[in-house]
Design a protein. Structure first.
Length: 259
């Protein structure tokens, strides 16, 4: 099966990409980053059942891949230079982000292929069977905006839906520390929807999702438009299976596409 998937990837994407320019350092950098490619590996995607369009790939990057990605990010100097904790890039993404975006495309492509070849029951055959539906997977570029965030222990992000100027299909990669991200349905005009989907009593329930280091979240459709996401790292909120999570500095990379 792995060989079959490798051939399939080569057909769809060609051999792993070369760096641009002949410069030696650039070439070395690009070789390192090729380690981000999933060639030869099959990743597991997990659908979060309560939230349509929310997918998690826990083993998206290996520890080695996480370290080389972190050093590429650090070389940008964004997060230390101004001692800021957020850096944004539009348009031409740095090489490492292009590689990351390609790896996401490959991993989703493989999952499409596998779900088709596995003859899933009909109820799973719709768009919802996919971490990204085909129309999002094949748009060009898949992503053209990136945010790198660093959070010190205790720091998080308030509940929000990402701005409407971003298209559907958002990816979040977690590095350096695990955290629990909570999802809650947006209020206002969605009360009917909420009653139908979640039941009256559980309407305000938050759904926790554990984002381990190296994991990738994909949100599209309902998960992107109807659910808020937040990370509360205040004491007492970062619990998983009854245990408080050991909090370290956390870095995340969010990839989106402008409308
Ligand atoms: O840091 C994260 O994991 C989430 C970031 C986020 O939700 C955002 O930038 O919109
Ligand atoms: Fe967000």
């Amino acid at each position: 099966m792995e060989e079959e998937v490798r051939m399939l990837l080569q057909d769809a994407f060609g051999e792993s990409s070369d760096g641009e320019g002949g410069d030696e350092a650039q070439e070395r950098k690009s070789q390192d980053l090729n380690k981000l490619s999933i060639f030869g590996e099959i990743q597991n995607w997990e659908r979060i059942d309560q939230i349509k369009g929310l997918w998690l790939c826990r083993d998206f990057l290996s520890p080695d891949q996480q370290s080389s990605l972190l050093s590429a990010i650090q070389k940008e100097g964004w997060l230390s230079e101004f001692s800021g904790n957020q850096a944004m890039r539009f348009g031409n993404l740095p090489q490492w982000a292009i590689e990351l975006s390609n790896s996401i495309k490959e991993a989703v492509f493989v999952s499409h292929y596998l779900s088709e070849s596995r003859n899933l029951p009909t109820r799973d055959k719709g768009k919802e069977a996919y971490p990204l539906p085909p129309e999002l997977l094949w748009r060009e570029p898949l992503f053209d905006q990136l945010i790198a965030n660093t959070y010190q222990p205790g720091e998080g992000i308030c509940a929000h839906v990402d701005l409407m100027r971003f298209d559907d299909g958002i990816a979040i990669l977690s590095l350096e520390s695990s955290c629990v991200m909570h999802f809650s349905l947006v209020e206002d005009e969605l009360s009917d929807y909420r009653e139908e989907k979640a039941g009256k009593n559980s309407s305000s329930a938050k759904i926790p999702v554990l984002l381990t280091e190296g994991s990738l979240v994909l949100m599209w459709g309902e998960a992107r438009y109807f659910w808020k996401h937040e990370i509360n790292r205040k004491p007492g909120f970062q619990k998983w299976m009854g245990q408080e999570i050991d909090q370290r500095k956390r870095t995340s990379i969010t990839l989106r596409k402008l409308c």
